[in-house]
Design a protein around this ligand. Structure first.
Ligand code: TRP
Length: 336
């Protein structure tokens, strides 16, 4: 299929810190594949990052280059994918403001993702208005690119649902299907737990393995990985469920048959945590090493990354300005 008629993907990350292995299994790995079959736009969502980090804009700014470097290091190829800095595309902000007229405050408050995130962030009654409204902003991101496929984590599904509600509302107002509905593409692999066994790997929880981790850091992370607290002696039967080392082997070990055998041995008793952790360490080191090397090459040449971001922003501006003009036309708003 010629590139210009391939389905459009929009995906992205809030720029709040360098990416880690959780991002790698959950999204980055897929993006490297999808860029061959789709027109893929990847958003460095710095404006959205500010919606819950207004007290630390420096972190959001610094993370832009960090995340861009991670993208390139894992193999997101700027000749196949377009990397766009959200704040460099004014049409996204303008469409957000417009879309906010087509959604109620009550609907925003009912969004399950927003409800959860408000709880996790402990906003209490002091919810930043920008945060409450980020589903409308994300709808602007998605529709401005006319994306039909949006790869996101399961927790983001309600945001895509709300995007499609907005799409239908806007199309009804415009009188034709100007904007396409989007489908969430949710990874089948499930989310990678933190090395401590908590449900989510997250830099802020201190349980993440960053893509820049050294071999020693990877070994140390594997050492402190949560296993089966009742598996005291090598000869004891061990539990595989909830055992983070096995969860990681499932996610990263290319030899699924060998992992199945290890699980059986572990359950039976006679397989120690140390041997498992050594195996996992080697596998993770082999995955991270080329990413880390490429990362440090890239980091030594920030001008090249800046050029890639400038070119991506230029392309992103063209696409999003065109859609904005069509929407303004479609709604028949006053124009000078
Ligand atoms: N909300 C997404 C996240 O938390 C990031 C994001 C911003 C995004 N805009 C997007 C994802 C548009 C997909 C499409 O990871």
């Amino acid at each position: 299929m010629p590139p210009s008629s391939r389905p459009v993907i929009l995906t992205g990350d809030r720029t709040t810190g360098a990416l880690h292995l959780g991002h790698y299994v959950g999204s980055l790995r897929n993006r490297v594949e999808l860029q061959h079959t789709h027109q893929q736009y990847v958003l460095l969502a710095d404006s959205q990052a500010l919606t819950d980090n207004a007290d630390d804009p420096g972190k959001v700014r610094r993370s832009v280059l960090e995340v861009a470097t991670d993208y390139l290091a894992v193999g997101i190829d700027p000749s196949l994918s377009t990397i766009c800095l959200q704040s460099a595309l004014p049409a996204l902000a303008e469409l957000t403001l417009l879309y906010l007229n087509f959604v109620s405050v009550a609907r925003l408050k009912r969004n399950p993702t927003i409800k959860d995130e408000i709880k996790v962030r402990g906003f209490g009654r002091d919810i930043p208005a920008g945060f409450l409204c980020y589903p409308a902003a994300q709808a602007a991101d998605i529709t401005a690119f006319k994306a039909t496929v949006v790869p996101v984590g399961e927790d983001q599904a309600p945001i895509i649902e709300q995007t499609n509600e907005l799409v239908r509302r806007l199309n009804r107002q415009i009188g034709r299907a100007l904007l396409p509905e989007a489908k969430a593409l949710i990874p089948t692999t499930g989310r990678l737990p933190g090395v401590d066994g908590k449900a989510k790997m997250s830099k802020s929880q201190g349980n993440a393995i960053p893509l820049s981790a050294s071999n020693a850091e990877i070994a140390a992370a594997a050492q402190r990985m949560y296993t089966d607290p009742n598996h005291l002696r090598v000869s004891d039967p061990g539990q595989v469920e909830g055992n983070v080392v096995f969860t990681y082997l499932d996610a990263f070990d290319p030899d699924a048959e060998a992992v199945a055998e290890l699980k059986a041995d572990y359950r039976r008793g006679g397989l120690g945590d140390m041997a498992l952790k050594r195996r996992l360490t080697g596998i993770l080191q082999a995955i991270v090493a080329p990413i880390r090397d490429r990362r440090s090459e890239l980091a030594a040449d920030p001008d090249t990354i800046m050029d890639i971001l400038r070119a991506g922003a230029e392309k992103g501006r063209q696409v999003t300005e065109r859609t904005k003009a069509e929407i303004i036309d479609g709604l028949n708003l006053f124009q000078l």
